[in-house]
Unconditional design. Structure first.
Length: 263
């Protein structure tokens, strides 16, 4: 893959985000957002074929249906929020002649504070490329939208309006795996299994994050899960380059203690 061979690993931020619905349950939404969520559910139902083809006009979803579907609200930036961003970067240890992978997480119940700290990091490294699995469809636009919603400036890597595709510093391991196949979706877990990389889904999955956050109130567990995702993505990136992935001993966790204290 030519783009990977040309890209220096030391100028790549590998990232992953974890998101949850904006409130703990559907009934906690204000009246306006509740109505807008019901309209969203109506559109989703038609988009996914959850309606009868014989009906000319589909009724709006019931309160119960909208409340049940609200478990999925975290995947939409308009109805969700970010609770964790994990970022990893490669450094080459010349003395030991091997790659190390430095991991840092931003996790906070205060989304504005967390997004500001993350954006400040990107602003200090404007030439760095962002890499994520399915990042172009989810992580990158979600972060951009939440930054704007919270009245925060976009860092250079997410300020892509008016840029040509080749000017956007984004890498997506899922897109690289597609080889131009537009309809193909391959999970990070499946690719990890194909390349002999330890799975990041040995504890919880993305579907569990909202429950772990709102019911279990265990943000450190979400941080740990998010970090495993970027470690897996980084190793997959190395496999795509034809390199041997870094070992567990080569992972350096930055500010782990302060992250856990803050959450």
């Amino acid at each position: 893959m030519q783009i990977l061979r040309k890209s220096s690993l030391e100028q790549i931020f590998v990232l992953d985000i974890e998101t949850v619905p904006c409130v703990g349950c559907h009934d906690d939404l204000n009246e306006m957002l509740r109505q807008l969520w019901e309209h969203k559910c109506h559109a989703l139902r038609r988009e996914k074929g959850w309606h009868s083809s014989k009906a000319d006009v589909e009724p709006m979803p019931s309160h119960l249906e909208a409340a049940t579907l609200f478990e999925q609200a975290g995947i939409y930036a308009e109805f969700g929020r970010v609770v964790c961003i994990s970022v990893g970067c490669f450094t080459f240890d010349k003395q030991e002649e091997r790659w190390r992978f430095r991991v840092k997480s931003f996790a906070d119940h205060d989304e504005v504070k967390m997004l500001r700290e993350f954006a400040d990091l990107l602003a200090r490294k404007p030439d760095y490329i962002l890499c994520a699995h399915n990042g172009k469809e989810f992580d990158f636009p979600y972060l951009g939208r939440r930054l704007l919603i919270n009245s925060l400036p976009l860092p250079p890597q997410l300020d892509i309006a008016g840029k040509k595709p080749w000017e956007v510093n984004h890498l997506d391991t899922m897109e690289l795996w597609k080889f131009g196949d537009r309809k193909s979706y391959t999970s990070l877990s499946l690719l990890a299994a194909m390349f002999g990389i330890p799975t990041p889904k040995d504890d919880i999955t993305g579907a569990d994050v909202a429950r772990v956050y709102y019911s279990d109130k265990d943000l450190p567990r979400i941080v740990h899960y998010c970090q495993k995702d970027i470690i897996t993505t980084a190793r997959l990136l190395q496999k795509f380059r034809g390199d041997e992935p870094f070992s567990d001993e080569a992972i350096v966790y930055a500010d782990a203690a302060s992250v856990m204290r803050r959450v």
